[in-house]
Design a protein around this ligand. Structure first.
Ligand code: MRU
Length: 363
C-alpha cells in the first residue's frame, strides 16, 4: 500500500496511499491498456471525480479507494475539536458516497472508516488519524485475503481446459489481488492450469476489452475477446462450460447487480444449460436490500455510448440514449454465489440469512 512491499501474483497496485500518506494514488483505468498512468488525488473534488469518471472502478477497488480517501481527507481536517472533526469527516463521507450509487462497497468502506473514527474520537485527533491509517491498510489486506479465498472456492467449480465466459472486469484492477470472477483463473494459471476465457467487450465502457483481456494476457491466460452480442454464439458452439461474473450489490434474496449486460449473459446461460456463477466478497451482500428491485441503478452520460473511445462519434448528434451502468440478474438464474466464506447455493434467501447469522455469532 505504501509502495514498499513486494508485489504479489495478480496484484494490480491500482489503488493505495502515497509514501507520505497524504494522497491517494491510483492507476487511471480509463487510459488502459494504451497508457499506464498514475494519478495522485489530493482534494475531495479530485477523489469524487476519479470515482465518478471510472478512473478507479470495480466494486472492491472503489471501497479500498474510498477508505484511502477518507484517511487523506481526515488528515486535512485541522481542528482538535473532535465533534467538529467528526462533522467534517461525515460531510466528506456523504460527498464521496454520492459519486456512484450502485456498488455497496463504497458506502460500506466509508461507514467503516466513520465508525472507526467515532470509536476513537475521545482519544483525540492524532490517535484517530493513526487508527484510520491502519484501518485502510486492513481493508486492503482483507480484500487480498478475500480474493484469494474466493479464487480457491471458484477453482473447485471448473476443470482444466474449460471455457469460461466473463463480463466486464472483475480482475486484479477491480480489487486488490487476483480479482473475484478472474481470481480462480489467475490462481489456476499460477498452478499451471490452462483455461480458455471468452471476455465480453462490455459496452459501453469496454472494461472487458480494455481491462479483462489486458489482465488475462499479462497473466498468460488464453483469452478471446468477443463483442457482447456474440455470447450466444460461443455458448451454442459448446465452447463455454461456465460463466463467472463479479457483483456490485447482492440483495438478501440473491438478486445481483453487476455491469449492464450481465443479466443477458445469465439468461443465455440458462437457455444453454451452462452454470452461471457470481463471485464477490460478503461485503457486497446488502442484507438491508430485500430484492434487486431496491437496488439503485446508476444512469450515465450519453457520451459514453455515442463517442467515448471512438475517433469519431458513432451515433448521430442529438439521438436519444439510455445508458444504465448496471442491471440486476434474478436469483433464479444464478447457480451459485462464490464468497470468501464458501459457495452459497439456492435458496439464497435462506443461505444468505444463515451465513450472516453465523457471522453475527462469531463476532
Ligand atoms: O462500472 P464498473 O466498471 O465499476 O463496474 C464494475 C462491475 O460491474 C464489476 O463486475 C463489479 O464491480 C465487480 S469487480 C470485482
Amino acid at each position: 500500500m505504501d509502495g514498499t512491499k513486494a508485489k504479489r501474483h495478480g496484484e494490480a497496485e491500482n489503488v493505495g496511499l502515497s509514501s507520505d500518506g497524504k494522497k491517494v494514488v491510483i492507476i487511471d483505468q480509463t487510459e488502459l491498456p494504451a497508457r499506464k498512468i498514475q494519478l495522485e488525488l489530493e482534494t475531495s473534488g479530485e477523489m469524487y471525480d476519479a470515482i465518478r469518471d471510472l478512473k478507479v472502478r470495480g466494486a472492491p477497488a472503489i471501497g479500498i479507494c474510498a477508505a484511502c480517501c477518507m484517511y487523506c481527507l481526515a488528515r486535512q481536517i485541522e481542528t482538535e475539536d473532535m465533534d467538529t472533526f467528526m462533522r467534517e469527516l461525515t460531510a466528506y463521507g456523504d460527498y464521496l458516497n454520492s459519486s456512484r450509487p450502485t456498488a455497496v462497497n463504497l458506502s460500506w468502506a466509508i461507514q467503516r472508516m466513520l465508525k472507526t473514527a467515532r470509536a476513537h474520537k475521545q482519544k483525540g485527533r492524532s490517535k484517530v488519524l493513526a487508527v484510520l491509517g491502519r484501518e485502510c491498510r486492513n481493508i486492503q489486506e482483507e480484500d487480498i485475503a478475500m480474493c484469494r479465498a474466493i479464487s480457491e472456492y471458484g477453482l473447485t467449480l471448473i476443470r482444466e481446459g474449460d471455457g469460461i465466459l466473463t463480463h466486464c472486469n472483475a480482475g486484479p484492477l477491480a480489487t486488490s489481488c487476483y480479482g473475484t470472477a478472474l481470481g480462480p483463473l489467475m490462481l489456476g494459471a499460477e498452478r499451471g492450469m490452462k483455461f480458455k476465457v471468452y471476455a465480453d467487450e462490455t459496452r459501453p465502457l469496454l472494461q472487458g476489452a480494455r481491462l479483462t483481456s489486458y489482465e488475462l494476457l499479462q497473466a498468460g491466460i488464453d483469452v478471446t475477446l468477443i463483442c457482447d452480442n456474440m455470447a450466444a454464439t460461443v455458448m451454442k458452439k459448446g465452447w463455454v462450460q461456465a460463466c463467472f461474473v463479479g457483483c456490485d450489490r447482492v440483495a438478501a434474496n440473491g438478486d445481483t447487480a453487476n455491469k449492464i449486460g450481465t443479466n443477458g449473459v445469465a439468461v443465455l446461460a440458462n437457455y444453454y444449460g451452462i452454470p452461471f456463477y457470481v463471485l464477490g466478497p460478503t461485503s457486497t451482500i446488502d442484507t438491508d436490500c430485500h430484492t434487486g428491485d431496491e437496488i439503485e441503478i446508476e444512469l450515465r452520460d450519453d457520451e459514453e455510448i455515442k463517442k467515448k473511445y471512438y475517433k469519431r462519434p458513432m451515433a448521430p448528434e442529438g439521438v436519444k440514449c439510455y445508458n444504465p451502468a448496471f442491471d440486476v440478474t434474478d436469483h433464479s438464474l444464478i447457480t451459485g454465489i462464490v464468497t470468501e466464506k464458501g459457495i452459497l447455493r439456492p435458496p439464497y434467501e435462506e443461505t444468505i440469512r444463515k451465513l450472516f447469522k453465523q457471522e453475527e455469532i462469531r463476532r
